[in-house]
Design a binder for this molecule. Structure first.
Ligand code: S3P
Length: 172
């Protein structure tokens, strides 16, 4: 599988809480590839948390930083890259990804996502009085775009290793 990838990376896309980082890290380990997390890279480059970047500079600033960081990471050669949930909405980023990687959408249902994101506070888009409504809207507008990924894997509330093996199957 790794040979078949050549110099392409595996990029995981999907909504917050779909498991991109957790599954991505395990997948990288299994395949002997480097793992990169775009959100973590953005935080490192800015020396601020995502929530702080949103609060201080606003979302458009975050999005342009996100585009740059992902483009830079993709040039580093074969790796597993977890993107933030909004990254794939950028056409420029989708083009970068298709030039350098195979993209996988980790598709997950509403209830699973809500139970996961409730556990983590660092999600500025959901820090409002109606996180459930926000999530429904995000899923509605984003799903047709995530569907442009090269493959879709259902990331239900099953062990992450099961999802990881489904990704490997989708790639072979
Ligand atoms: C976002 C998802 C987050 C992070 C930022 C915006 C989004 O990443 O990039 O809060 O627009 O869906 P995760 O998908 O890793 O939570």
């Amino acid at each position: 599988l790794v040979e078949a990838l050549g110099d392409r990376s595996i990029v995981l896309v999907g909504i917050m809480g779909c498991g991109k980082s957790t599954v991505g890290r395990r997948l990288a380990q299994k395949l002997g590839l480097t793992f990169a997390d775009a959100d973590a890279e953005i935080e490192r480059a800015a020396n601020m948390t995502i929530a702080e970047i949103f609060a201080t500079h606003g979302e458009p600033y975050f999005r342009s930083g996100e585009e740059r960081v992902i483009a830079r990471l993709l040039k580093k050669g074969p790796q597993v890259l977890a993107t933030g949930g909004g990254a794939f909405m950028s056409e420029a980023t989708r083009n970068e990804i298709s030039a350098h990687a195979v993209s996988i959408w980790l598709k997950v249902d509403f209830d699973t996502v809500m139970s996961r994101v409730r556990k983590r506070a660092n999600r500025p888009l959901l820090q409002n009085p109606d996180p459930e409504g926000t999530m429904r809207d995000l899923m509605k507008t984003r799903h047709p775009v995530y569907a442009k990924a090269d493959a879709t894997v259902y990331s239900r509330d099953v062990p992450h290793d099961v999802v990881m093996n489904q990704i490997i199957q989708a790639l072979t």
